[in-house]
Design a protein around this ligand. Structure first.
Ligand code: MN
Length: 287
């Protein structure tokens, strides 16, 4: 199942015939009272809601996928987790280009650990990426995003994939510089996810997906997730050794080689195999 959020709070199922509005299903989510859970309510209840979503999709209004405004497929991720230097060729380009590495010792993801991106950075592909700091380099990073489906802590890699709700195409937009990643990568609009979430049952092997990105039609990044240093199960094991993972948490799994700057007005086109493509214009002005 492919699920999207669109046009300001609507829930859709992505089908060959278009996007089918299944928003009434959201009324089945349990009412919440303070204090609210840290997890995403829809993702937490998705397995139970799937039959109702299928029923609603049989009668829902259809929308043209090219004409809706896409919101992030996960509304309220408790955490957006990033994976640094998780493709060998990207680690090499980071070590050899001072404008990427900024003097940091490029060692390994095991040494560096993971980082968090602020939830306020999250946008869907219908919104604009708005750059900050025009005198500095702002890079694109195409990544496979993993959406956690069930609460877990200290999970073994062998058990990890059963905690995945689904996958999505993502951009880990990055201001280059000397500050911590959690600061530079958390600017508003620097966490792009979408256009939609593809549930895990439709992605038998997250370790064999092509991913690609172009800027103004020029090829920049092309790789396959089999080149991940820490693959998806290992990343979940690694993250859950430190954090409790909760439904809706997003893990951006790292970017392959070919990162490079974008400027206001550029057109970024990108995708991950089977997960949907995006085409986003960088806002014409710096924020
Ligand atoms: Mn990244």
């Amino acid at each position: 199942m492919k699920l999207c959020r669109f046009n300001g709070g609507r829930l859709g199922v992505v089908r060959a015939e278009g996007i089918v509005d299944v928003t009434p299903v959201l009324e089945r989510l349990p009412a919440q009272r303070y204090p609210l859970p840290r997890h995403d309510l829809l993702i937490a209840h998705l397995p139970a809601l799937r039959p109702a979503i299928e029923e609603a999709a049989a009668v829902g209004e259809r929308f043209n996928p090219a004409q809706v405004h896409y919101d992030p497929p996960v509304a309220n991720p408790g955490k957006i987790i990033g994976a640094p230097i998780n493709y060998q060729a990207h680690a090499q380009e980071s070590a050899s280009d001072a404008n990427i590495g900024h003097g940091r010792a490029i060692t390994s993801i095991g040494d560096w650990g993971l980082f968090l991106k602020a939830g306020s950075a999250l946008i869907g592909v219908g919104s604009a990426i708005t750059l900050r700091f025009p005198e500095r380099r702002n890079d694109h990073e195409i990544e496979l995003a993993v959406v956690i489906g069930s609460r877990c802590h200290q999970v073994a890699a062998a058990d990890a994939l059963r905690h995945v709700a689904g996958y999505a195409t993502a951009l880990d937009m990055t201001l280059r510089g000397t500050e911590f990643q959690c600061f530079r990568k958390s600017i508003d609009s620097y966490a792009v996810v979408g256009p939609w979430l593809v549930t895990a049952d439709e992605v038998p092997d997250p370790g064999a997906l092509d991913l690609w990105l172009t800027v103004n039609g020029e090829p920049r990044q092309r790789a396959n997730t089999r080149q991940l240093i820490y693959d998806v199960p290992r990343l979940i094991e690694f993250a859950s050794a430190f954090y409790t993972l909760e439904p809706g948490d997003i893990i951006m799994t790292g970017t392959p080689e070919g990162v490079g700057p974008v400027r206001p007005g550029d057109l970024i086109e990108a995708g991950v195999q089977g997960l949907g493509d995006l085409a986003m214009r960088v806002a014409p002005r710096y924020a």
